[in-house]
Design a protein around this ligand. Structure first.
Ligand code: UDP
Length: 413
């Protein structure tokens, strides 16, 4: 007998806990929308329970949907490195990378999707499939009375034509699709219900909750970073689109002006991202024996609380992405009152207002110049951080995302 898909355990959370952080009108709107969805059996289907933005979002979103009376589950597909090598290549190709689609890659993708389609046994009213990895499941399984939604988290503005042509018939099978921004929606998507919903961060999660500064200092000191010297940090998967070498280059330029400057590159190894080990080794090599350029991973215990402390204590947060779906780390960092210097890519400009809460940059030199500006003018940096936090409070906290999702689910029924 086929085994069942693995269900991810999440904690519990209540909407009421967010009352002091977001406007009451938003809470009321959510409660009203939820009335029409009580008892709705909702499944989120994704590729991995750990690492990267999707896992981060679902860990906070699912408990809130349960609190609102939906029967929400989160399951992940069974797959291994063979499949994830193909889907990571698809992911890169959909974000515009050069790629030649082979018959073998297609076959791998379809074999694993077919197998997982067979393992989805329970009935749901609505199934939200996240990203391209499991996207073919409804077409291979049949709709079976459920509403199917594809939630695409990546930048598909200029998808590789071969990969998009291969995936498109599977996407056309969905009842609705959700993208982060209008510019990401391929013009020939072939699905009528299209929603634009930006992701959000959870201010109550260990990654974002308020931690006293003294505690942050102790946490960061304990892993070998000198908290009395200036620090810039990039937190991201080890991925070429996050331009890790560009970050090191910008740091080196800034270090000429601030010889005390330290860099922390904090990266996690996502389970569905076989490329990350290669990039990790490449960065280690690239920083050479610079004792002030630190490379940390979840494998040495740098997890959510440490990321929180890094984002709080850094003078400047860096996210030098070249392509980006949304870039949760931007909101995470701004939420802590830390200004950002970040690539003008994907969802970053909707979170980070250029010249208001930090700077948008297009190359290494600009990145370095803006880091230097913020290191020099601490008063400006503090003001920018405050403005960034307020924008995140208004637009990018979890309850807003929960509202948008409920509204979309209501529109499908
Ligand atoms: N992240 C983390 N530890 C790390 C690196 C990344 O917890 O060492 C988290 C980060 O805080 C963010 C998520 O992984 O919540 C990355 O999401 P984002 O949208 O920025 O990028 P994605 O990985 O989805 O491309």
């Amino acid at each position: 007998m086929a085994s069942m898909l693995h269900e991810v355990e999440v904690g519990s959370q209540s909407l009421a806990s967010y009352a002091s952080l977001v406007d009451q009108a938003l809470i009321d709107e959510i409660l009203e929308l939820a009335k029409g969805l009580k008892g709705c059996r909702l499944l989120h289907l994704s590729a991995t329970s750990y690492g990267g933005g999707v896992a981060e979002l679902l860990r906070s979103e699912v408990p809130l949907q349960r609190d609102l009376g939906l029967h929400a589950d989160w399951k992940v597909i069974h797959a291994d490195e063979k499949f994830f090598s193909v889907t990571k290549a698809f992911h890169n190709a959909l974000q515009g990378a050069e790629y030649t689609l082979t018959e073998e890659a297609k076959e791998t993708y379809l074999t694993y999707n077919t197998r997982n389609a067979q393992q989805l046994e329970e009935a749901y009213d609505c199934i939200i499939v996240h990203d391209p990895q499991p996207a073919a499941i409804p077409a291979l399984r049949g709709k079976d009375g459920s509403k199917w939604v594809w939630r695409c988290h990546i930048d598909t503005s200029y998808p590789n034509p071969q990969v998009w042509a291969f995936l498109k018939p599977f996407i056309a099978f969905y009842d609705g699709v959700i993208f982060t921004m209008g510019q990401f929606v391929p013009s020939d998507i072939g699905v009528r219900e299209v929603a634009l919903i930006a992701p959000a961060i959870d201010p109550l999660a260990p990654k974002n909750m308020d931690i006293p500064l003294e505690m942050c200092r102790r946490i960061i000191n304990s892993i070998g970073v000198d908290v009395d010297r200036p620090l810039i940090t990039q937190v991201s998967r080890f991925d070429p689109w996050k331009d890790p070498c560009g970050v090191v280059d910008a740091y080196r330029i800034a270090k000429k002006e601030f010889p005390d400057l330290q860099l922390a590159m904090v990266g996690s190894m996502a389970l569905d991202d076989p490329e990350s080990w290669r990039i990790y080794s490449m960065i280690r090599e690239y920083v050479q024996d610079d004792k002030d350029a630190h490379v940390f991973t979840n494998f040495i215990g740098v997890g959510n609380v440490e990321v929180n402390a890094f984002q709080r204590l850094s003078q400047v947060g860096v996210q030098k992405s070249i392509r980006e779906g949304f870039g949760l780390v931007v909101s995470e960092t701004l939420w802590k009152g830390t200004p950002m210097v970040a690539g003008r890519a994907g969802g970053i400009p909707i979170q980070l207002e250029d010249g208001v809460s930090g700077y948008l940059i297009d190359n290494v030199e600009q990145c370095a110049d803006r880091i230097i500006d913020l290191l020099k003018d601490r008063d400006l940096a503090r003001k920018m951080g405050e403005r960034g936090r307020e924008k995140v409070r208004r637009e990018f906290l979890m309850p807003r995302l929960v509202r948008d999702k409920l509204a979309f689910l209501r529109s499908l029924h």
